[in-house]
Design a protein around this ligand. Structure first.
Ligand code: ATP
Length: 295
């Protein structure tokens, strides 16, 4: 008995940091968009009684208890009062510590795979609570539809999108810890955010020309300041035809939004400019299609 679940990636079309809570977490307002690619594949199989095994061949991802998938399975077992006897294999395709939410998505995929296997063990409301305890981005990945995230990102409201957005992702190949990006707050000048309501209206209306200038990430200024390669990659996306380009989340992945049909050609040109040293992916931010992969 093996259950495989696709763990999708996200970008943040908007990320404003509103303040710091006494517990150290940051209050944010963010717009999450699910992507159709890249995708990790999480496979759940039976393990020895009492054993929880998590294996990932990627050198930047820990096996065992350090892995978010391990924490997710342990939390599910505790909540459901089950003895774990599971092995989780992670086929990692989402760049790690990259602002694309890969670890959070893997954790949500484990919760979904276990929920599918033990449907009555944990009520859906408790599944969302478990997800929020694992990480601020995990609840989004339980139901990855375009969403406004408030609180620390775990209070979600669906966002209406008129159509898919074509996206090009570029990753410079080094990790940026989210804690570092947040710690830079106040150390670099950050322009004020466009009105969130305007972006939400533009997404509902669906024109790239209206959406592009309203995209924003308060965390990107420190990343662009400290890592000039990321700035060059952002500029390359703009020069090659993207209508806007930003760091996603805490970076260092940059995304560009481009006119329909142009993503693969822009991706190929950026790849040709930088060669195999950078990871480039033409993809789509879409309402519905990413979630459907989990059915
Ligand atoms: P976010 O956008 O949610 O802030 P991220 O994309 O920046 O996340 P992740 O890829 O989730 O970052 O990885 C963050 C850290 O978590 C890495 O340093 C990694 O070692 C650790 N980690 C634990 N489990 C996983 C996992 N299953 N996949 C990726 N990283 C994991």
């Amino acid at each position: 008995m093996a259950d495989s679940v696709s763990a999708i990636a996200k970008i943040n079309l908007y990320l404003d940091v509103l303040g710091r809570r006494p517990d150290g977490y940051h209050e944010i307002a963010t717009v999450f968009m699910p992507l159709t690619a890249p995708v990790d594949v999480i496979t759940l199989t039976a393990g020895d009684p009492g054993e929880l095994t998590v294996v990932c061949a990627h050198p930047g991802v820990p096996d065992g208890p350090g892995n978010l998938c391990w924490k997710a399975a342990a939390a599910f077992a505790r909540e459901a009062r089950l003895e774990p006897a599971w092995r989780v294999d992670i086929a990692k395709h989402i760049p790690v510590a990259a602002g694309l939410g890969g670890g959070s998505s893997d954790a949500a995929a484990v919760l979904l795979a276990l929920h599918r296997r033990y449907p009555a063990a944990v009520p859906p409301g408790r599944l969302a609570a478990l997800a929020a305890q694992l990480g601020a981005d995990v609840p989004f990945f339980l139901r990855p539809e375009p969403a406004l995230g408030r609180g620390i990102g775990e209070v979600l409201t669906p966002v209406a999108c008129a159509g898919p957005l074509e996206v090009v992702l570029v990753n410079a190949g080094f990790p940026v810890p989210a804690a570092w990006a947040y710690a830079q707050r106040g150390r670099v000048a950050v322009p004020s955010a466009p009105a969130l309501a305007d972006l939400l209206a533009a997404l509902a209306e669906g024109s790239l020309a209206t959406v592009a200038p309203l995209t924003y990430n308060a965390l990107e200024y420190a990343v662009l300041d400290k890592f000039p390669l990321v700035r060059l990659l952002r500029d390359a996306l703009l020069e090659q035809g993207c209508r806007c380009a930003h760091v996603s989340g805490s970076g260092p992945t940059v995304y560009g939004l481009c006119p329909a049909g142009e993503g693969p050609a822009i991706a190929a040109r950026v790849q040709a400019l930088y060669g195999a040293a950078v990871w480039v992916c033409a993809t789509v931010a879409a309402a519905g299609s990413a979630g459907a992969e989990r059915e």
